[in-house]
Design a binder for this molecule. Structure first.
Ligand code: PMP
Length: 439
């Protein structure tokens, strides 16, 4: 398989090799093993349209990466492109505030039920700021996050292990030192012990941060657990932060908050809401968002900002192109009354069911789970070579393996995709890589 891939992706590999000296990119080493070295590279593509990407060798792939979930409508979606182009022809300057930012905050508040919105450039930045606001308002220091979640690359969250005695996250990544993790508790998601732990340590916990449904484990949709977390955090003056960078504007216009009927204190959004441009939002209750600017005041009377604020800023925070693109995303979603998301989520449910039935029927050890239009294959052991076989057969899944469908994955494309997954499994079986279970 590796020789065939090398043949197919010749220009991607040559390009990767040529620029490795200057272009530092960890994705080009992701999952490195010596045995599999020849298959370790990130596809280089210069074209993307609808559900397809095209690589330097002019191979076309059905894309399941969809801009890591940022391209809800598919690649190069005309209405978004037009909105960006229109804005581009006016200006793309930062400095003075874009007149689009205010209306965008309003539209987001109306769609999601949050009270206030602050704009940043990425999910990572949004999560970092959300935690800062929580600490500023509760005047406590510790944060809780959960195993299995991914919240971006803010240092205080870069660990997968904890100290079993204290619950404190343990140093794992060079450069992320223990000192920066000392106020981060890393707990089991969904467990009663974690709830007890939060209750017991509530005096110094500022925030509980959760991806309501973890993108790495979308089968776990712990509705009751989220309600319990809400009760505890409410009672103990802990900020409940929903990281909806993936679930937001995907599971529905109101995101996981509406889906599970739980109102968080702070919500972070990214990906879909930017329409493919860099955007991260910190949204939520005024009580917390007021720590950005001191809260509401007005001209013409003696009102003043009364909340002690922390510091947040960023050169590109209200970039006009991102504002224009985001407003268009919201306009499209709101005009469809949630219908676009509902249909897409139903399509994903149906598609995953088809594949699940195939895996079960063939007794392959692969399974599939989804939440909204996000889905993931579970590929134990050698069955993870599925992704390489898919690449060879014309389906692109990035190294993090989160897959996304879009409305541009039409029934015809999905039929073809199903065929390619089936073909890839059979190819792996022929090579002796995928084995059927005995019962
Ligand atoms: N939170 C979640 C739930 C995410 O999935 C991600 C990125 N995949 C982030 C935060 C970080 O977002 P970004 O990559 O835009 O920094």
């Amino acid at each position: 398989m590796l020789e065939q891939l090398t043949d197919k992706n010749r220009l991607t590999k040559e390009h990767t090799q040529a620029y490795r000296p200057t272009f530092a990119l960890n994705r080009n080493t992701a999952g490195f093993t010596k045995e599999f070295k020849e298959g370790i590279y990130t596809l280089v593509c210069d074209k993307a349209y609808g559900p397809f990407v095209r690589d330097l060798d002019h191979n076309e792939y059905i894309d399941l990466t969809m801009g890591f979930g940022s391209l809800l409508f598919g690649h190069n979606y005309e209405p978004i492109r037009q909105a960006i182009q229109d804005q581009l022809s006016q200006c793309w300057s930062v400095g003075p505030i874009s007149p689009l930012a205010g209306p965008l905050s309003q539209a987001i508040a109306q769609s999601t039920g949050v009270e206030r919105v602050a704009f940043f450039n990425s999910g990572t930045e949004a999560v970092m700021v959300a935690l800062r606001l929580a600490k500023a308002i509760t005047q406590k220091k510790y944060i809780v996050f959960f195993k299995g979640s991914y919240h971006g690359t803010f240092d205080s969250l870069l660990s997968l292990r904890n100290d079993p005695q204290s619950g404190v996250a343990k140093e794992m990544v060079p450069g992320v030192t223990q000192a920066i993790l000392n106020e981060s508790y890393l707990l089991e998601y969904g467990s009663d012990e974690s709830l007890d732990f939060i209750r017991k340590n509530s005096d110094h916990i500022a925030a509980v941060l959760t991806e309501p449904v973890q993108s790495r484990n979308p089968g776990l949709q712990p509705c009751d657990y989220l309600h319990t977390l809400r009760e505890i955090t409410e009672e103990k003056n802990i900020a409940l932060i929903f990281d909806e960078v993936i679930t937001g504007f995907r599971i529905g216009l109101g995101g996981s908050q509406a889906y599970f009927g739980v109102k968080a204190d702070i919500v972070t959004y990214g990906k879909v809401i930017g329409g493919g441009l860099p955007l991260g939002l910190v949204a939520g209750k005024a009580r917390f968002l007021d720590a950005t600017d001191g809260g509401f005041w007005q001209y013409g009377d003696d009102s003043v900002p009364v909340v002690k604020s922390t510091f947040v800023a960023g050169t590109f925070c209200h970039h006009p192109l991102a504002m224009a693109s985001s407003l268009k995303v919201l306009e499209i979603l709101r005009n469809s009354n949630g219908g676009i998301l509902q249909n897409l989520n139903q399509t994903t449910t149906d598609f995953c069911k088809r594949l699940r039935e195939f895996f079960e029927h063939e007794r392959y050890p692969i399974s599939i789970h989804h939440f909204g239009s996000l889905f993931r294959f579970t590929t134990p052991g050698k069955s993870s070579l599925l992704y390489y076989q898919l690449l060879l057969n014309g389906v692109y899944v990035w190294e993090g393996r989160n897959c996304f469908l879009s409305p541009s994955h039409t029934p015809d494309v999905l039929d073809r995709l199903e065929e390619l997954v089936i073909q890839s499994c059979h190819d792996l079986e022929t090579q002796g890589i995928l084995k059927k279970s005995s019962v």
